[in-house]
Design a protein around this ligand. Structure first.
Ligand SMILES: *Cc1c(COP(=O)(O)O)cnc(C)c1O
Length: 373
């Protein structure tokens, strides 16, 4: 089979989504599936919807269009504040967008009026991650200006955590977000449908014991795709952590010294000194490099050690055992390795759907009827 390639088990993506949807439903929280790390891959997006996500969100209009062109008609929101050059496309293809700038909201409103639509705005509030967000003191003012602007409707507020910093949200942060939701309703009247608490980093809070207040949505990418909680980088119990695997081919295996032989010179004497010869070990080169993925974000099989990578090569030490040339090795990916591998066309994407039948039966779904042809 072609290499390098990503194998993506859609049934595990669906199972991860379903697990989170069910657990969060008990806490009054819906799940929006975040597709940016998989470039809006339509089959992966569908696997999230199949698992019960109420809608999808992406950070790039190109990904949104890819999903729309593939026939995905669910609610889709833009989670990165739209660029001026994308305004019209955002209004055309997205049901809502997350915003932090009044100028952008006015442009969205003008485009929406021109297209005879009303675009939904979710205000993103800054709560400590120091990436995007309106400062809490300014939220009510902006909300009332949005409410007065024809062409846009205020649908909700949201917060974002653990993207720039690794700071996970606290129960107090979530209470503050709920208070802001109440205050916004106080100044601009309409009921706020959506209080989106954050991302996968919010799961320890959301699945914990405290009350969830008005938070009724989370935007989840990493937890669904990789089964990992990003702030602690720990696996989440009950989720598959191997839905995505990267395969690379070995193109060289040779016994090489651990490090380049050096002959230190004793400066006082000015003559070379003899040093013990370094042990040689089996080293392999994989046809995979920084241009294909984030090599620092790969998990290597046990018994192998990552030595380094360049744009097209990744070098590993395999100790005493050696990998024949032409063999493939299987690698785990973190979020950044996944994202980069999904972005390049040099890495093939192979979709698997292993357990769908047994899974459907376990979950009480009807067996598909077989038609005689
Ligand atoms: C990427 C992103 C998410 C999803 O984050 P995960 O850690 O993958 O769950 C949610 N919200 C915003 C604004 C994002 O940019």
């Amino acid at each position: 089979m072609t290499a390098p390639r990503m194998e993506i088990d859609l049934s595990k993506i669906t199972a991860n989504t379903r697990f989170l949807v069910r657990r969060l439903a008990k806490r009054g929280i819906s799940v929006t599936g975040v597709t940016k790390a998989v470039c809006g891959h339509p089959d992966i997006a569908r696997a999230m919807l199949e698992g019960g996500a109420i809608g999808l969100a992406d950070a790039r209009i190109s990904n949104v269009k890819r999903m729309r062109e593939a026939g995905i008609a669910c609610p889709l929101s833009m989670i990165r504040a739209p660029m001026q050059c994308d305004i019209e496309q955002v209004v055309r293809h997205c049901d809502a967008s997350y915003n932090t700038e009044m100028d952008t909201i006015l442009s969205l409103a003008a485009a929406a009026r021109q297209l005879g639509k009303v675009h939904n705005v979710i205000l993103m509030v800054e709560m400590g991650d120091l990436r995007e967000g309106i400062l809490p003191d300014n939220v009510e003012d902006i909300a009332s200006r949005v409410a007065e602007t024809p062409g846009v409707a205020i649908k909700g507020i949201g917060a974002n955590f653990a993207c720039m910093g690794d700071v996970a949200p606290t129960a107090d942060d979530m209470k503050m977000l709920c208070r802001m939701a109440n205050n916004v309703e106080g100044v601009c009247g309409p009921y706020l449908e959506l209080v989106s608490g954050g991302s996968s980093a919010n799961l320890p809070w959301a699945l914990g014991k405290g009350t969830t207040g008005r938070v009724n949505n989370l935007r989840l990418g990493e937890a669904i795709l990789l089964g990992i909680e990003p702030a602690s980088k720990q696996p989440i119990e009950g989720l598959h952590v191997d839905a995505v695997t990267l395969f690379a081919e070995v193109i060289e295996t040779q016994s090489k010294p651990r490090s380049r032989p050096v002959i230190p010179v004793a400066p006082a004497l000015g003559t070379p000194r003899l040093v013990e010869e370094d042990h040689s070990t089996a080293r392999s080169i994989l046809a995979l490099g920084q241009q294909d993925t984030d090599a620092n974000g790969l998990r290597f099989p046990s018994g192998t050690t990552y030595l380094g990578s360049t744009s097209d090569h990744t070098v590993i030490d395999t100790g005493k055992s050696s990998l024949p040339v032409g063999n493939e090795i299987q690698l785990g990916v973190n979020y950044s390795a996944l994202m980069r591998a999904m972005t390049t066309s040099d890495v093939a994407k192979v979709l698997l759907q292993k357990d769908v039948m047994t899974e459907a039966i376990r979950n009480g779904a009807k067996r598909p009827r077989l038609a005689l042809v």
